[in-house]
Design a protein around this ligand. Structure first.
Ligand SMILES: *Cc1c(COP(=O)(O)O)cnc(C)c1O
Length: 482
């Protein structure tokens, strides 16, 4: 029985670390041989593990073998080249290595003084990304954990701005000062907008869903009408949240037209481009972002489609002073001698503690360079267009939304007279059948009343032949369900 009542020695760490890095490299090299989706039943992992922590230290090899035996079989392999669900979850060699260093340093970058490198590397990588995305230098970036947090942070800033204008900041006066404030977003927006609105105290009653046009983008005329109706009814329009690349279909709201309305009506404008923001590093994709320089806040997740390990969400704001006014709180024990000269990122969001996230991003940006990132994204976009063209050309398949980026929504509809329920049954059967093969994994969504399959192409390891295999699986499944 080992006695582990002292820290692991550097020599032991070195030996085990090498072993683990070998494991990690093998995992990447052989991931294709694993089924994408585990066949785990609910409760299976819990049942396989002891209910109480070990009294005595355990041998590292025993931990590792339990990891192999109990944990690995219950892992959904997000980095499998056959993973086409939700959104890509890009890890990459440089991203993983940067994350290892961040774990090793174990710093908390809450203040400049608690790790000057964490703060300043964050400033540098944010500036690099601002330039890469084509944003003007009137924007300042900060790393948050997720887009949900970034959107909540933006809504809190918007709330504070509106309440302050009315003479009573919610920070001082509490929730009542925000009574009647309303947030506008489209029905296609991500659920994190409504969740953020709930947490920020707007409530579902304060969220107004703006109708969309045929391409599922927000209708700015309808936005203006809703705002006017609401003012007439005594509500206080406060913020609009646009989406570039909605979750269901990657639909794009018209940022410039919404910015016209937001400026005219005095609304805070936050733009959620959690997945699609990566595309802004491609000059030919910037058209989707026209007007972005006029938003107050913009979020995108390098952890989705920019080869950077989860979590890494980037928020750009036009008025960092107002953001800090929303979150700054100044207890004696957090004061330092340099507060007047530095950025303390603890005042830019919800948590005090902050991981050294910029490190992995810096590794990724330097390892691939702008050209390397661009060519990988272009390859994904080409694969998505190719897949969409295949759907269009395949009898029995019907594409249900445009494909501006990497997400394709489509369904199997062998006969025109098939009703929605029957169509849903067939498409669910196809999904289940393909997932059961272990070769590919994707999910569904609903557009209007129509259940459809949804494929997102953008994994780090996904290549043309993986998409060809996916087409073959769909063909086979179509034939099998009749
Ligand atoms: C994925 C996604 C989110 C949520 O992202 P998290 O980082 O998981 O909070 C929000 N909005 C859109 C458009 C998304 O695609």
């Amino acid at each position: 029985m080992p006695t582990h009542d002292a820290p692991m020695s550097p020599d032991e760490f070195r030996r085990l670390g090498h072993q683990l890095v070998d494991w990690m490299a093998d995992y990447q090299a052989t991931i294709r041989d694993r089924p994408v989706q585990p066949s785990t039943r609910p409760g299976e992992v819990v049942a396989a593990l002891p209910g109480a922590p070990p009294e005595h230290g355990e041998d590292f090899q025993a931990i590792l073998s339990d990891f192999e035996r109990t944990i690995m079989p219950a892992v959904l392999h997000w980095n499998h080249p056959g993973f086409f669900a939700y959104f890509p979850a890009n890890t990459s060699g440089p991203g993983i290595l940067g994350e290892m260093l961040s774990a090793t340093l174990g710093v908390n970058g809450m203040l400049w003084e608690t790790c000057p490198a964490a703060t300043e590397l964050e400033q540098v990588t944010m500036s690099w990304l601002r330039q890469l995305l084509g944003l003007p230098d009137t924007f300042t970036g900060v790393l948050q954990d997720t887009a949900s947090t970034s959107t909540l942070v933006a809504l809190l800033q918007a709330r504070e701005r509106a309440a302050r204008k009315a003479g009573a900041p919610v920070n001082d006066a509490g929730f009542a000062a925000g009574a009647g404030l309303a947030v506008y977003t489209s029905a296609e927006a991500h659920s994190s907008v409504v969740k953020g609105a709930r947490i920020a105290g707007f409530g579902d009653a304060g969220v107004r869903l703006v109708p969309t046009d045929d391409a599922l983008g927000m209708d700015p005329g309808a936005l203006t009408r809703l705002i006017h109706e609401d003012r007439a009814a005594g509500r206080r329009p406060c913020a609009v949240v646009t989406s570039v690349g909605t979750t269901s279909t990657t639909a794009v709201d018209p940022l410039a037209a919404v910015a016209d309305v937001a400026e005219e009506e005095g609304l805070f404008h936050h733009c959620d481009a959690a997945l699609a923001g990566s595309a802004a590093i491609l000059p030919e994709m910037r058209r989707h972002f026209a007007g972005v320089e006029r938003v107050d806040s913009f979020v995108f997740n390098p952890h989705k489609w920019l080869f950077t390990n989860f979590d890494c969400s980037l928020q750009f704001v036009r008025n960092p002073g107002e953001l800090q006014q929303t979150f700054a709180i100044d207890p004696e024990y957090l004061k330092t001698n340099v507060d007047g000269q530095v950025t303390n990122f603890r005042d830019w969001g919800i948590a005090l503690g902050r991981r050294f996230r910029a490190l992995k991003l810096w590794f990724v940006l330097r390892y691939h360079g702008v050209e390397g990132l661009r060519s990988q994204l272009r390859a994904h976009l080409d694969l998505a267009q190719d897949f969409a063209a295949w759907v269009d050309a395949t009898p029995g398949l019907e594409r249900l939304a445009p494909v501006p980026l990497i997400t394709i929504c489509f369904r199997y509809r062998p006969r025109e007279d098939l009703d929605e329920a029957e169509s849903e049954r067939l498409n669910r059967a196809i999904l289940e059948r393909i997932r059961g093969t272990g070769r590919a994994y994707f999910t569904h969504t609903r557009l209007g009343h129509s259940f459809c399959m949804r494929v997102a192409i953008g994994q780090t390891l996904t290549e043309a032949h993986h998409v060809e295999e996916l087409k073959g699986l769909i063909r086979e499944a179509m034939a099998s369900v009749g």
